[in-house]
Design a binder for this molecule. Structure first.
Ligand SMILES: NC(=O)C1=CN([C@@H]2O[C@H](COP(=O)(O)OP(=O)(O)OC[C@H]3O[C@@H](n4cnc5c(N)ncnc54)[C@H](O)[C@@H]3O)[C@@H](O)[C@H]2O)C=CC1
Ligand SMILES: O=C1[C@@H](O)[C@H](O)[C@@H](O)[C@H](O)[C@H]1O
Length: 346
C-alpha cells in the first residue's frame, strides 16, 4: 500500500520534505496539505503538481480518510497540538524537531503514545541517518577506539537573523548534537555547564555568540560542544570522539580540491540544507518503509524527543545560572526499552 501523507506546515523544510517524498523516495504520496498561510499551501500543490487537497487546518487534515500519516513541519510551538491530535486519531506522525517546546509537552506525547499501546511517532533527528555519524557509531560499538573518554564537537553557522536568541543556540541548534551524541556513545547525560567566550562583533546586541557547552555523562565522558552561529566562513559540523585506543572524527564534506591563484583548497558549504541531504532522504524513507513493513516507525522515538527536551531545558538553565546543572530523566518506559534501530551505512 502507498502511505498517504498529509503535511502540516508548508514552509522551508515542509517544502523540502514534499519535494523528496514526491521526487526521490518511494512508497509515500502527498495527499493533503495545510498551513496557517493558506496561500503557501496552495502554492506548494501547484509547485510540485500534487494531487492533494488543501485543508483549512491540522484537525480537518488529520481527520481525512485520505491521510494515513502526518508530517508536522509547522513552527515549533505548534507541534505538540498536531502530534497529540494525530495520536488521538491513530495516525502515524513524523514530527520535525522539537517534538514539543517543553519537556512536559514531550512527556504528554510519550504518555499518549503509551496509552495508545504502539509506536506511532518518529522525530526528525536526521543525523542518526548520516553516514558519517553511523561510521563513528560503528567504531565505538565495535570497540575500535576502546572506551570513549571525551568528545569535541562544533555546530557553526555563517550567520543567523536578528530574531535568533541566546536560548535558540540550544533549542534550535545544539538540539541536533544533544540527540545524536548520547545515541552515539550509548550513555545518558548527567550534568551541563555553559560558558561564554569573548563575543564576536558579528552577533546582534542581544545574542551571546559563541557559546561553549560542557556536558557530562553517567559513564563520565566529557563532551565539549561549541555553538558559533555567526562564524562567517561556512556551515560546519565537527565531531571527534577520543577513546582509550584511538580517535575517530566525522569526515569533511565531499568536495573537489582546487588549485588556483597560488592556493590549494576545498569548498565548504554555506547552507545547512545541503549538509545532511542524504540523511533527510533516509529518515523519511525509513519512516515510510517501517510503517509499510512493520506497522510502526522505527526511527527516533517520542522518548528521544523527551530526552532532548529535558537536556535542552537544563542547558538553558545553565546558560542563565552559569553553574553546573544536573540532568535527570525518569525511567525509560517499556514501550521504548527494547527498541534498537539498526541504521546502516550506504
Ligand atoms: N531537522 C532539521 O534539520 C530542521 C528542522 N527544522 C524544524 O522544522 C520546523 C519548521 O521550520 P521551517 O520550515 O524552517 O520554518 P518556516 O517558518 O519556513 O515554515 C513553517 C511553516 O509552518 C506554518 N505554520 C505555523 N504554524 C502552523 C500551524 N499551527 N498549522 C499549520 N501551519 C503552520 C507557517 O505558516 C510556515 O509556512 C521547525 O520546528 C524547525 O525547527 C527546520 C529546519 C531544519
Ligand atoms: O535544524 C536546523 C536549523 O534549525 C538550524 O538553524 C541549523 O543550524 C541546523 O543545523 C539545522 O539542521
Amino acid at each position: 500500500m502507498t502511505l498517504k501523507i498529509g503535511v502540516i506546515g508548508t514552509g522551508a523544510i515542509g517544502r523540502e520534505h514534499i519535494r523528496r517524498i514526491t521526487n526521490n523516495l518511494s512508497g509515500g504520496r502527498i495527499t493533503a496539505v495545510t498551513d496557517v498561510n493558506q496561500e503557501a499551501a496552495k502554492a506548494v500543490v501547484e509547485q510540485f503538481g500534487l494531487d492533494a487537497v488543501v485543508y483549512p487546518d491540522d484537525r480537518t487534515l488529520i481527520a481525512s480518510e485520505q491521510v494515513d500519516a502526518i508530517l508536522v513541519t509547522s513552527w515549533g510551538p505548534a507541534h505538540q497540538a498536531s502530534v497529540m491530535a494525530g495520536i488521538e486519531a491513530a495516525k502515524y506522525v513524523f514530527c520535525e524537531k522539537p517534538l514539543a517546546t517543553t519537556a512536559e509537552g514531550c512527556r504528554s506525547i510519550v504518555d499518549a503514545e503509551i496509552k495508545f499501546g504502539r509506536r506511532l511517532v518518529q522525530v526528525g533527528f536526521m543525523r542518526r541517518y548520516d553516514n558519517g555519524y553511523i561510521q563513528l557509531k560503528e567504531a565505538i560499538d565495535s570497540n575500535y577506539i576502546g572506551e570513549p573518554l571525551m568528545i569535541r564537537c562544533a555546530h557553526r553557522n555563517p550567520s543567523v537573523d536578528e530574531g535568533y536568541t541566546t536560548d535558540m543556540a540550544i533549542t534550535d541548534t545544539l538540539i541536533h548534537e544533544i540527540d545524536v551524541l548520547h545515541w552515539l556513545i550509548n550513555d545518558d547525560y548527567s550534568s551541563v555547564q555553559v560558558t561564554y567566550p569573548k563575543k564576536t562583533r558579528h552577533a546582534s546586541s542581544h545574542l551571546r555568540d559563541p557559546q561553549l557547552v560542557t556536558l557530562e555523562t553517567a559513564k563520565g565522558i566529557v563532551i565539549s560542544a561549541e555553538i558559533f552561529v555567526n562564524c562567517k566562513y561556512g556551515y560546519d559540523i565537527q565531531c571527534e570522539v577520543i577513546g582509550e585506543e584511538g580517535i575517530v572524527k566525522l569526515p569533511e564534506v565531499a568536495s573537489i580540491t582546487y588549485r588556483k591563484e597560488a592556493k590549494l583548497g576545498v569548498h565548504l558549504l554555506m547552507d545547512w540544507k545541503q549538509r545532511f541531504l542524504d540523511a533527510y532522504d533516509r529518515e523519511l524513507q525509513d519512516f515510510i518503509d517501517s510503517i509499510r513493513k512493520h506497522g510502526q516507525p522505527q526511527g527516533p522515538t517520542s522518548w528521544d524527543g523527551y530526552i532532548a527536551a529535558v537536556t535542552a531545558d537544563a542547558c538553558v538553565k545553565a546558560q542563565e545560572s552559569g553553574h553546573r546543572e544536573t540532568i535527570v530523566f525518569g525511567e525509560k518506559p517499556e514501550l521504548y526499552r527494547d527498541y534498537e534501530v539498526s541504521f546502516h551505512r550506504v
